[in-house]
Design a protein around this ligand. Structure first.
Ligand code: PMP
Length: 388
């Protein structure tokens, strides 16, 4: 019986400390979360700039609903593309310095759209080993040959590119690695893309809004000029605080995506009220130096506070500050210990991260205060000796 088989698979997950469970929040996204009737300080969201519950965005969303209703009614190509969507695409393209941009429902859908549209059978994709699951799925969907290089291992990538005789090549990378918080060496990746005539697709889910001048993203952070071979994906549900994603690039790339990206064509467009909220969000991101400075200060406070403790932070310069624990059961115990002390830090286990590298993913937001971080540091110090 298939149901028995599933029950036994679920029991195996439970035994290995790999069961996932969904927590229901009874409060809006922010530094404090009400979960199971308790209020916790949350280090669990990707709301890096604290915009998800920002009053100006809420006001924009309400005004957007009043003017445009609550649903798009159809996919973009049929009749679901409204003036706020068009304006947002223009503004996003200008913000990241590209000719055009195209909106997608989520980052996952954007990645599933980009890769199979640019490459197919007989082509080759070169992916960082730690790329996000949506990029891994996108490569499978494309049917291109898949080559994985060690995390940020430029030498290995070059050897793979050298050996490849594929018609089209595509280098695929997270800009900020979602579970490690470190950056991809984008200038070096771009040089290789030039040398081997490859596309470079950059998933800037965690860099857009946070890195670069005015939060223009990881490519701007490295000062990389626009190039026809670079495709820039950014998500709108993390620093931008709302939801959705965009792909920015040369006009020909965006036109081709519009013709061929199935995850854009065959899905209902996002409600236009979200585009109205995102137009406001873009303004706040551009003017968000104080928020980004607060984020950097909190990261420094956390890193300094954990030196000379047993806790090992991964070398991350971003808002994602993972504390490496290793064992699946232990990371659950530490997360439970933090929860007892009023703190919510998600334990991340395989398959999201490689086996043996379970970690606490501390995710900082500009709406955290230094007291919140001090509370986390105190709790981790208390748990230092309890842990093995
Ligand atoms: N890429 C990366 C690197 C991500 O971390 C995520 C979200 N966790 C996504 C893509 C997917 O974006 P979205 O949540 O908008 O689907």
């Amino acid at each position: 019986m298939i149901a028995d088989e599933l029950a036994s698979q679920l029991a195996t997950l439970e035994r290995d400390g790999l069961t996932r469970s969904v927590r229901t929040l009874a409060s809006p996204c922010g530094p404090r979360a009400v979960v199971d009737g308790r209020e916790l300080v949350s280090f669990a969201s990707n709301d890096y700039l604290g915009l998800a519950s920002d009053a100006a965005l809420i006001e924009a969303a309400i005004a957007g609903a009043q003017e445009w209703g609550v649903g798009a009614g159809a996919s973009a190509l049929v009749s679901g593309h409204f003036a706020p969507h068009a304006e947002l695409e223009r503004r996003l393209a200008a913000f990241v310095g590209r000719e055009r941009a195209l909106l997608f429902g989520t980052g996952y859908l954007a990645n599933l759209g980009i890769v199979p549209t640019l490459v197919g059978r007989g082509d080759a994709v070169f992916s960082d080993r730690l790329n996000h699951a949506s990029l891994i799925d996108a490569v499978q969907l494309s049917r291109a040959d898949s080559h994985r290089y060690g995390h940020n291992d430029i030498g290995m990538l070059e050897r793979l590119l050298e050996r490849s005789s594929a018609r089209r090549k595509l280098i695929l990378t997270d800009a900020v690695f979602s579970m490690d918080g470190d950056l991809a060496p984008l200038p070096e990746l771009f040089s290789l893309a030039e040398r081997y005539d490859a596309w470079l697709v950059v998933d800037d889910a965690h860099g857009f809004g946070v890195l670069g001048p005015q939060g223009r993203g990881s490519l701007a952070h490295f000062g990389l000029p626009p190039s026809p071979r670079i495709v820039h994906m950014g998500t709108l549900g993390k620093a931008a605080g709302v939801g959705g994603a965009f792909v920015a690039g040369d006009a020909s790339v965006i036109d081709w995506l519009l013709q061929r990206a199935r995850s854009h064509i065959f899905t209902t467009a996002a409600p236009p009220l979200l585009a109205v909220a995102l137009l406001k969000s873009l303004e706040l991101i551009a003017a968000g130096e104080a928020r980004r400075a607060q984020l950097a200060a909190l990261a420094t406070q956390l890193r300094v506070g954990l030196t000379d403790t047993r806790w090992r932070l991964l070398p991350s310069p971003t808002a994602i500050q993972p504390v490496l624990v290793g064992d699946n059961h232990e990371v659950l115990r530490v997360a439970a210990g933090l929860a007892e002390r009023g703190l919510w830090v998600p334990p991340i286990r395989p398959p999201t991260v490689p086996a043996g590298s379970a970690r606490l993913r501390v995710s900082l937001s500009a709406t955290h205060t230094s007291e919140h971080v001090a509370q986390l540091l105190a709790a981790l110090r208390e748990l230092e000796h309890a842990a093995k």
